[in-house]
Design a protein. Structure first.
Length: 506
């Protein structure tokens, strides 16, 4: 729940609240108005749904004509005016998208609840449908039968509602598994900050994970805060955000204008989103979109660009490649399993706990290439390490089995990681997943490589696999994260095939 008297205090502010001038309005407006690419994707899907349903409805209406051998064009249009029909269809689609946008149906998933989203989805479809029926009434040449229009509107309503419901349920399932969550820090330690924290903890469907409080200068602890929950001050806030893999800052305490402006600039520079509670910043609430986190009204000051369409395509490519790779390479994997079993005692697979995106722990699977007690004998061979920094690699490691050397040479030991990709713990391309012990020795800037999913292959594997330099290893991974695009992934995958056939593994 929000703090007592929260709704009554909305619209009032203390003397230190930030009241932006015209220049600030422009800066914030540009930040907030930045449309999300995923919203564009939903708009396109809505338009495709309308077109597909319209064509299907026309075909079903003229099924006898279709069976008698008429062309597809005749079956869909019949004697109707092509131009008028397209105009009606485009008008309905545009009206549906504009109304849906006005009703915030393209806003982030976590800002809505299921019932309210379904109500607004039906409202958008019916409103656009009424406009379509009204246009048909005014049209004299009857370009589209009203029965066909009604069936189209009804079917579109059902399909869009079901699609949104399925997507939301899948997202909730991902939240429960720790996927797609956004880590947040709350700035402030007062009643509002604690109320917001309880809100986030109690409503799991929001998809937020509370990572701690940030204390403002001179702020008194009106409510108790444990030492573990207080993770820093304004001076160390962005260092704490990097360590905690924080996606968003919630300002739940008032501060002066110049301080908030500087924090906004730092948020942009560090790629961290920023929200404030409106009643604490009265001037900011004027002409600003208010987004509800559950029942908590907030105003987004900064929302970083996320290439969500490319990420969706990347995930689709991961699923496609990993599924077909497992299917096609299954005979080879069976042969490798038999060879491992005949070569040495021990399990077929070696599963180690690795850190993935945002430091999430997962079990990375490989074919076993070492003797059974390899981990216990690690201390015996530490002096033979051929890499610098925190990396550990020995070309002629005495713990490696005979079949293991062959598997490593051609990277066949990593084939089971296609299963990790299919599960979503890894991607086909990305930095290699590190051990927790390695990450403990990272500098703060090195954590940047954990901002994305780890990969089966990556930039380092195709450019500097034999380079023992830890600096080169980290630099290439961070360069990949900062310059990522789908085309880069495709180039790395193509070069990986060459590297595998060259047998440069060890």
């Amino acid at each position: 729940m929000a703090a007592p008297g929260f709704s009554q205090r909305f619209g009032t502010a203390g003397p230190e609240s930030w009241r932006p001038d015209a220049g600030d309005d422009g800066v914030v407006a540009r930040t907030v108005a930045r449309s999300s690419s995923i919203s564009t994707l939903w708009m396109v899907l809505d338009a495709v749904t309308v077109v597909a349903v319209s064509i299907l409805a026309s075909l079903l209406e003229r099924a006898p004509a279709t069976i008698s051998g008429s062309t597809l064009h005749e079956a869909i249009l019949g004697s109707r005016s092509t131009g008028m029909l397209i105009a009606m269809l485009c008008g309905f689609t545009i009206a549906l998208i504009l109304i849906s946008r006005q009703l915030m149906l393209y806003s982030p998933l976590r800002l809505d609840n299921i019932l309210d989203e379904q109500r607004r989805s039906v409202q958008a479809c019916f409103t656009a449908g009424l406009l379509l029926i009204g246009a048909l009434y005014l049209a004299k040449n009857e370009p589209l039968p009203r029965e066909l229009a009604l069936s189209t509107v009804g079917t579109v309503t059902i399909l869009l509602s079901v699609r949104r419901l399925l997507f939301r349920l899948l997202s909730y399932r991902g939240f429960q598994r720790g996927r797609g969550l956004r880590n947040v820090l709350i700035v402030g330690t007062g009643p509002e900050a604690h109320a917001l924290r309880n809100h986030i903890d109690n409503i799991h469907q929001l998809g937020y994970t509370f990572k701690g409080f940030i204390q403002l200068p001179g702020e008194d602890f009106s409510l108790p805060v444990s030492s573990g929950e207080l993770v820093g001050t304004l001076e160390t806030m962005f260092d704490s955000a990097r360590k905690q893999f924080v996606d968003e800052l919630f300002f739940a305490a008032p501060c002066n204008r110049s301080l908030l402006q500087s924090i906004l600039e730092e948020s942009r520079a560090n790629g961290v989103d920023l929200r404030v509670i409106p009643y604490l910043y009265e001037g900011l609430a004027r002409n600003r979109p208010i987004e509800y986190i559950g029942q908590f009204p907030t105003i987004p000051l900064h929302r970083g660009h996320v290439p969500e369409i490319q990420l969706v395509l990347k995930r689709g490519l991961d699923i496609l490649i990993s599924f077909f790779s497992l299917a096609i390479l299954s005979p080879l994997m069976v042969a490798i399993s038999i060879a491992i079993r005949l070569d040495s005692e021990g399990p077929l697979f070696y599963a180690s706990e690795r850190l993935g995106k945002k430091g999430q722990v997962f079990r990375c699977i490989k074919f076993r290439t070492m003797v059974r007690d390899a981990d216990k004998r690690r201390a015996e061979v530490l002096h033979m390490n051929e890499r610098d920094g925190v990396l550990f690699k020995i070309a002629r490691d005495p713990r490696i089995t005979r079949i293991g050397r062959i598997l490593r040479k051609y990277s066949f030991d990593e084939l089971p990681q296609f299963y990790n990709v299919l599960l979503g713990d890894m991607s086909m391309v990305g930095p290699r997943p590190p051990l927790a012990s390695e990450v403990q020795e990272y500098k703060l800037s090195y954590l940047r490589r954990l901002d994305v999913k780890p990969g089966v292959t990556g930039l380092w594997q195709v450019q500097a696999r034999q380079d023992p330099s830890f600096h080169s290893y980290i630099s290439l991974d961070i360069s990949y994260v900062e310059n990522w695009n789908l085309w880069l992934d495709l180039k790395i995958l193509a070069r990986t095939v060459v590297v595998v056939f060259q047998g440069t593994g060890s």
